[in-house]
Design a protein around this ligand. Sequence first.
Ligand code: HEC
Length: 104
Amino acid sequence: MKMHTSLGTALLLAFGLNASVAMADATLAASKACMACHGIDNKLVGPAFKDVAAKYAGQADGRDYLLNKVKNGGAGAWGNIPMPGQGHVSDDDIATLVDWILAM
Ligand code: HEC
């Protein structure tokens, strides 16, 4: 009984922690203006981040490809509108954002 209670507490803590990490990443995405062109669930100028996750999460080189694509920009994966390179965003922040997107 005691063990179940502490397991429940640990799970709650883990979920709470995940939620606040995801929140911090969402704030980062907003502060880097990603959300001006992207929605989580819906297509805006660029694809919905959930669609991006669905397309690349299973690919071995998906993460590396996206790190490079976000930094340098480009077109053709989702349509003819190019994504501008995000060279003003640090490599660390790009990695955080790509991992956040791929986990959706
Ligand atoms: C000015 C609009 C704009 C901004 C700002 C923008 N994007 Fe994009 N993004 C696009 C467009 C358009 C595409 C589709 C490009 C294509 O079809 O190859 C895209 C594609 C992507 C993709 C998928 C790439 C692929 O090849 O499938 C990712 C991941 C992404 N954006 C992440 C980001 C992140 C992270 C930021 C913020 C640092 C950001 N974007 C900011 C317009 C934007």
